[in-house]
Structures are given as C-alpha cells and as structure tokens.
Ligand binder design. Structure first.
Ligand SMILES: *Cc1c(COP(=O)(O)O)cnc(C)c1O
Length: 387
C-alpha cells in the first residue's frame, strides 16, 4: 500500500512547498525586530485579502477561536442577536452564542439552501438588535451565501454584521469594506493554504464601539489587548511563529497571482468538478452554478454509504475527501477545491471516486466518465495562470 496521500478536502488544505519551507525555518523569538516586521507585513497583506482598512486582530487558535472572539468581545447578557443558518457552520454560531448564556433569534433554513437576505433583514430590523451572525461559505453544504445582499438587507437596522469567512476568505470575493461587513472572521488553513493554527477577525469602528461596552468575559481572545499589542508589532501572547512565517509566504503567493485570478481559478476547478460528478452519473447536492466555488457536494447513489466510500478512498487509495456533517452524514461526499489545488487534484478525486464506488457495487454508467468530463472542460477553458 502506497503511503502517498491526496488531500482534496475543504480544510485543512494542501500547502505549497514554499509555504511548508517557510514554516520549517529556524525558530525566532516573537519579541524581536525580525518578528515585529514579519507580523506587521503579514497583517498588511491580510488587510489586502480581507479588502478592508479595519484593524485585523490575530489569534493563535483555529477558526472557531475567531468566531468565539466576535461573540465574547461584542455581546452582553440579554442582547438581541440574530443568527442565520442553513448548515453546520451556521449552527455553530447558535451553539457558541448559547454557550455564553444568550438566546439568539435563529433565522433557519433547510441545509443546502441559500440564506434569504430579506428574512435576515426583517429579523435584524426588530427593535434593539445588536448583531447579526452569518456564514459566507457554508462548508457543510457547498453553498456560498450572498453576503453582499445580506449586508445590504441588514444595513438599515444599524446592527453589526459578523461574517464567518473561514472557508471563503481569499477563495471567493468578499469586499469587506465596500459591502459594509463589520466583522469578518477567518482562519489560516483553508483558502489561505497555510497550516491550521491562526485565526483572524477584522473589526470595524461600529464593532469596536460594541466591544467597548460588552460585558461578556474574555481574556485570551480579548480584541483590545490583541490590537494594543499589534500596533507595536507585538502579540499579547506567544503566537504560532512558524505559521505566521508560512502565512506571510502564502499571502505573497496569493497576492502575486492576484485575488481575481485566484477566484477564477477556483470557479474553473469547481466547474470541472461539477461536470465530472455528472459524468459519473451522480447528482450534485451543492448548487450547480459558479457561486459554489469552494466545495462541491455530491449525493451518494442509492445503496452506497458515504462514510464507507470515504473510508475506501482514504484507506485503499490514499485520497482524503470529506463526508457529510450531521443529517448529511453518509448521504454526501464533499470535494474541496480551495487553496493549493489544481486540475489534477480534481481528476484524482473523480478517478478515485469511480474506483471506490465500483468497489462498493456501484459502477458508473460510462467508464472514466467523470475524468473525461472534467478534462474536456479543462481543455475547453485553458488558462495561462496555472496548470
Ligand atoms: C473550517 C470552518 C470553520 C472553523 O473550523 P476550525 O476547525 O475551528 O478552524 C468555521 N466556519 C467554517 C465555514 C469553516 O469551514
């Protein structure tokens, strides 16, 4: 059995060799001129990727740490807050807010649907709403919600809009300032093609005002403490130095390629993935359009258990895709196409799926039909940027 692994998931994602090499550099002290310069440079590049002039606070932790920081820094007991959810990560906001003793108003839609901006705007417009929490790329379903429209719908209420962009930032457009998003939270390990371990939140003026009055407890995740250190190029606590090194390199690669080119690259990989899924005779679960650029979710054929398919792919072929969360467990498989991915990752995923399905008793109608459809699309849509 080969030990070669193919990580084709929606996070953590593969990292480019330059990024891995940067993370392997000799350790440096975080209270040093070198690290200060590195941190300031990295935060500046993050602002470019976030498309914001707001402060970005950085924490060592996974993406959820940044989500938690938004709750702990802005809310107070008894606040009226709205969460819109149609999937696992939207539900995470609900659980997180409840764990701080608040009861959010939940605008719920079935998993797999697109959030309805009008419903969110209506919930936000009710007297006293402090904040609205939504997800950008709902990684559990493959839906990328229309944050621009949601921000426009929420704006008249004056509530602070918080967006979970952990799996979308850098991968699809997110115009934080232009769209009027107050807080964007993200992490290092998805479209930013860096190792897991760093979390960030961009904080608008309006969000800082809430933070000044918030009465929920926080210490490690305190925005004020983080921001006060960062203006001096410091961090309040020991940061994951190696991951900051990796992230700076990854952000360089992304900005050199150009954000718009990266977004188009992802859309193209997504188009080929959707064509390939259909070529295998399977149905899509995620939307069949360009909005779904980060994750493609496909329905398992009748009689095939998605978790079994996942295990066969991983253990026999070394291919790691993602299964389904919650009610979708066993019913779908997810192919990630964010970060350091190219045509051959998609081809590998499709070829592996065909082989695994055959082993589970489901032979696709046309041999090689998934790969053929994907490669045909790549041939029809050649790009100079990446191979
Ligand atoms: C991955 C992810 C998170 C955060 O997960 P962590 O494991 O805490 O990094 C949050 N939201 C979305 C949409 C995600 O895809």
């Amino acid at each position: 059995v080969s030990s070669k692994r193919y990580l084709i998931t929606p996070g953590p994602t593969p990292i480019p060799p330059e990024v891995a090499a940067a993370a392997a550099a000799p350790m440096q002290h975080h209270r040093s001129p070198e690290f200060r310069a590195l941190l300031i440079e990295t935060l500046g590049r993050l602002q470019q990727v976030f498309a914001t002039e707001n402060d970005i606070v950085l924490f060592t932790g996974s993406g959820t740490a940044a989500m938690e920081s938004a709750v702990a820094n802005m809310l107070s007991p008894g606040d009226r807050v709205v969460v819109a959810t149609a999937g696992n990560f939207g539900d995470r906001w609900v659980k997180l807010i409840r764990s701080y003793g608040l009861e959010p108003v939940v605008v719920e839609q079935p998993w797999g649907e697109r959030l309805d901006p009008a419903r969110i705007g209506a919930a936000a417009s009710e007297e006293g709403t402090k904040a609205v929490f939504v997800t950008h790329s709902e990684t559990s379903t493959g839906v990328v919600h229309d944050v621009e429209a949601i921000a426009a719908a929420v704006a008249p209420s004056g509530a602070v809009l918080v967006v979970d962009a952990v799996s979308s930032l850098g991968g699809v457009e997110l115009a934080t300032d232009a769209w009027g998003v107050d807080v964007v939270v993200s992490g290092s390990q998805k479209a930013l093609m860096s190792p897991p371990g760093l979390a960030f939140a961009s904080v608008s003026e309006k969000a800082w005002k809430l933070a000044e009055r918030s009465q929920l407890p926080r210490y490690y995740l305190d925005w004020r403490r983080a921001a006060d250190s960062q203006v001096k190029g410091d961090t309040a606590f020991t940061p994951a130095v190696s991951i900051v090194l990796a992230l700076r390199t990854a952000l360089d690669l992304i900005l050199t390629q150009g954000l718009a080119n990266v977004w188009e690259h992802n859309r193209r990989l997504a188009r080929a993935t959707r064509a390939g899924v259909k070529g295998l005779g399977l149905d899509l679960y995620s939307p069949d359009d360009d909005s779904s650029a980060m994750v493609t979710a496909l329905l398992m054929p009748e009689g095939v258990d998605g978790q079994e398919c996942y295990t066969v792919l991983r253990d026999r072929h070394g291919i790691v895709l993602a299964g389904g969360h919650g009610p979708l467990r066993g019913r779908i498989m997810r192919i990630g196409h964010m970060g350091y991915m190219n045509e051959f990752d998609i081809v590998t995923a499709l070829a592996g799926l065909e082989m695994a399905l055959a082993q589970l008793g489901h032979t696709p109608p046309v041999p090689g039909g998934g790969v053929a459809a994907a490669t045909a699309l790549f041939a029809a849509e050649p790009v100079p940027v990446d191979g």
